[in-house]
Design a protein around this ligand. Structure first.
Ligand SMILES: [Zn+2]
Length: 241
């Protein structure tokens, strides 16, 4: 469920109550900012809530809407208008978790913004590709000893196997990090993604974005933690053949 901000609702009087006639929100079916036209469905006096449906004018699908507490015309007139509007299903829109202030590299920030923007635009492959560039950028900037892209790929593979041998606190820390190797692998294979058994989808893109943000948080926003991770990573850096 997602909450629809009050100012996105257009209200109207209906049978003694004041209800949203339409609302502008990101539709949970097509993930597009669209207008939903509402229809009254039922009322629960005990919970003081009204259940409605909303049809997206973009894709035609119908979302479920709850208003609580409901407001009568009289309450509305008395300026007693505080209520919440919730909608289901929830749209999968991601917001930027970092700003330019957090990330001191313009290139990494640009790739990160592309990863979020393409995810929200429903382009999971482009999003994964951008995540791969973020990870590669971070690895090259922060761990220069790692060297070229192939070495970074090897590092992640090595991290994965090594993390299984480490004490639990370290393996927990490194395990999500090591999964980022997947982002690089898929990112580099974008042009030939037909090689995959299954098309990379939104779920995979969402997971890789989570991991990319996890890495960014560690490296850029948690002071000290990055040093710990860097030390661990440097110990595992594969040697150039
Ligand atoms: Zn829609």
């Amino acid at each position: 469920m997602q909450k629809v901000p009050f100012d996105k609702l257009i209200w109207e009087k209906r049978n003694g109550y004041v209800l949203p006639a339409s609302m502008d929100c990101v539709c949970g079916f097509c993930n597009t900012l669209a207008c939903l036209q509402t229809k009254y469905s039922s009322k629960d006096d005990q919970l003081e809530s009204i259940f409605m449906t909303g049809r997206c004018i973009h894709c035609g699908e119908t979302s479920k809407i709850w208003i609580f507490p409901f407001k009568t015309e009289q309450q509305w007139k008395d300026n007693n208008r505080e209520c919440e509007c919730w909608i289901y299903p929830k749209a999968e829109i991601r917001n930027y978790k970092f700003t330019e202030t957090d990330i001191n590299s313009e290139r990494i920030m640009r790739a990160y913004r592309e990863a979020i923007d393409t995810f929200n635009a429903g382009k999971p492959i482009s999003s994964i590709n951008s995540c791969g560039r973020v990870v590669e950028g971070i690895a090259k900037t922060n761990f220069p000893n790692i060297g070229n892209t192939n070495q970074i790929g090897k590092l992640f593979t090595k991290l994965k196997s090594e993390s299984e041998k480490l004490p639990e606190e370290f393996s927990n820390l490194l395990s999500p990090l090591s999964s980022l190797g997947e982002a690089l692998r898929i990112g580099r294979n974008t042009a030939g993604h037909f090689d995959f058994e299954k098309e990379p989808d939104k779920n995979l893109a969402s997971k890789i974005l989570d991991l990319t943000e996890f890495l960014m948080q560690y490296v850029y926003t948690l002071d000290g933690e990055a040093d710990k991770v860097e030390k661990l990573i440097l110990e595992l850096v594969p040697q150039e053949p």
